[in-house]
Design a protein around this ligand. Structure first.
Ligand code: TYM
Length: 332
């Protein structure tokens, strides 16, 4: 049976990008014959300046949104990363497998480090080592597939490199995983700045659709989306017309169509925006409604997470124990 693992960092409110790039794929994966684990990867939220109370709130909210999106704890394992010690246990062994140069090349590190420096903040060491912890998240569960958006592809590649290297040096220990990306919606762009990814921790929220935004707010954000000047009406061209291409991608992801074909149905931006707004509002409506019900019963979410962590521990511990032995550490 295919083992699936993926996670979301509780560093902000979840966005339409998180849903189309990751969460929605997870819900689909749950309906295939697979053993899937999905995780609120809270330790990753400590790599940049953070507020402890907000982190606790967002961790609960993310987990509640997993359930609201349709993940069923009877069919998959939902848990919080810091509740399972194997992640950090394995991370150290992988730090002894990765190189400094390899980590400094990671695009996300370079972008976030530059941002922290520009804001006069120190760059936390964990920001550099975070892809190694991510590799540990995946390898501890012997995952075959990792459903993620485009921006995480490089980190999954690193995970593969580390698994192969470790296996070659110390004997076969890890399953070498592969990233799986949705065909449309793998990189949803910011509505106000369509050359940047729609990110949950971005400061300017006008171009970000949050999963819990009210319908009127979603409509306003989509109607105000930046479109491109230029001749030729509505055409799908990501490089030359990133704003319109992003709207067409979102519409295609919501309705199951093809962005290029959809472009042919519009002569002007206005009607396209109206259809995008309506499609997004309808896509997210059930999620928002279920979230309201689930949020009223936090005890139930906590119970799901406790049970999930127990099951996750049972899977990860023997894998990590094997790695400790393979690398030459005496069994305790
Ligand atoms: P994070 O929390 O930034 O994003 C969670 C997931 O959402 C996807 N995503 C997007 N997809 C499309 N368009 C966007 N604008 C967009 N923004 C985010 C991401 O690709 C991701 O799949 N390091 C990871 C979390 C992580 C993880 C793991 C993932 C930690 N350990 C192990 C998989 C397996 C992260 O920060 O994702």
């Amino acid at each position: 049976m295919t083992r699936i693992f993926s996670g979301i960092t509780p560093s902000g409110h979840l966005t339409l990008g998180n849903y189309l790039g990751a969460l929605r794929q997870w819900v689909e994966a749950e309906h295939t014959p697979s053993d899937a684990l999905f995780c609120v990867v809270d330790l990753h939220a400590l790599t940049v300046e953070h507020d402890p109370a907000r982190l606790r709130r967002l961790t609960r909210q993310n987990a509640t949104l997993f359930l609201a999106a349709g993940l069923d704890p009877r069919r998959c394992t939902l848990f919080v990363q810091s509740h399972v010690a194997e992640h950090t246990r394995l991370s150290y062994l992988l730090e002894c497998t990765a190189t400094d140069g390899e980590l400094r090349r990671m695009i996300q590190y370079r972008e976030k480090a530059a941002k922290a420096e520009a804001a006069g903040q120190g760059v936390r060491l964990s920001l550099l080592t975070y892809p190694v912890l991510m590799a540990a998240d995946i390898l501890a569960y012997a995952a075959d597939e990792v459903p993620v958006g485009e921006d995480q592809r490089q980190h999954v590649e690193l995970t593969r490199d580390l698994a192969v290297r470790f296996n070659q040096r110390y004997g076969h220990t890890f399953t070498v995983p592969k990233a799986t990306l949705p065909t449309v919606g793998a990189r949803v762009m910011d509505l106000q700045d369509p050359t940047s990814k729609m990110g949950k921790s971005s400061e300017n929220t006008a171009g970000i659709v949050y999963l819990l935004d009210e319908p009127a707010v979603i409509t306003k954000k989509v109607m105000r989306a930046v479109t491109d000047s230029g001749e030729g009406g509505v055409v799908y061209n990501r490089a030359a017309r990133p704003g319109v291409a992003n709207l067409l991608d979102v519409l295609a992801a919501c309705t199951g169509g093809d962005p290029e074909k959809l472009a042919g149905g519009y002569a002007q931006y206005g009607p396209l925006k109206r259809d995008v707004a309506e499609a997004v509002v309808e896509l997210l409506r059930p999620l928002r409604e279920r979230h309201a019900v689930l949020a009223a019963d936090p005890g139930e979410v906590e119970r799901v997470l406790r049970e999930g962590a127990e099951r996750a521990r049972g899977i990860a511990r023997p894998v990590v124990d094997r790695a400790y032995e393979a690398i030459g550490l005496l069994p305790a």
